[in-house]
Design a protein around this ligand. Structure first.
Ligand SMILES: [Zn+2]
Length: 58
């Protein structure tokens, strides 16, 4: 019985809004690839950093 994420490199992500690391959660196991923000709050603030495809330092 293994419910670990298949990709060990994806155990955490960096939230593009608050620049903080957030860890994989079980509730995200089915949507982890789509998760980009650490919280609903940051998800709501994503318009602040509305740049797609750019990785330039702020
Ligand atoms: Zn965040």
């Amino acid at each position: 019985m293994s419910h670990k994420p298949s990709n060990k490199n994806q155990l955490y992500k960096i939230c593009p809004v608050c620049q903080r690391r957030f860890d994989w959660r079980k509730k995200w196991q089915k949507v982890w690839q789509e998760v980009r923000y650490c919280s609903k709050r940051c998800r709501g603030n994503r318009q602040i950093i509305n740049r797609k495809g750019t990785n330039e330092a702020v």
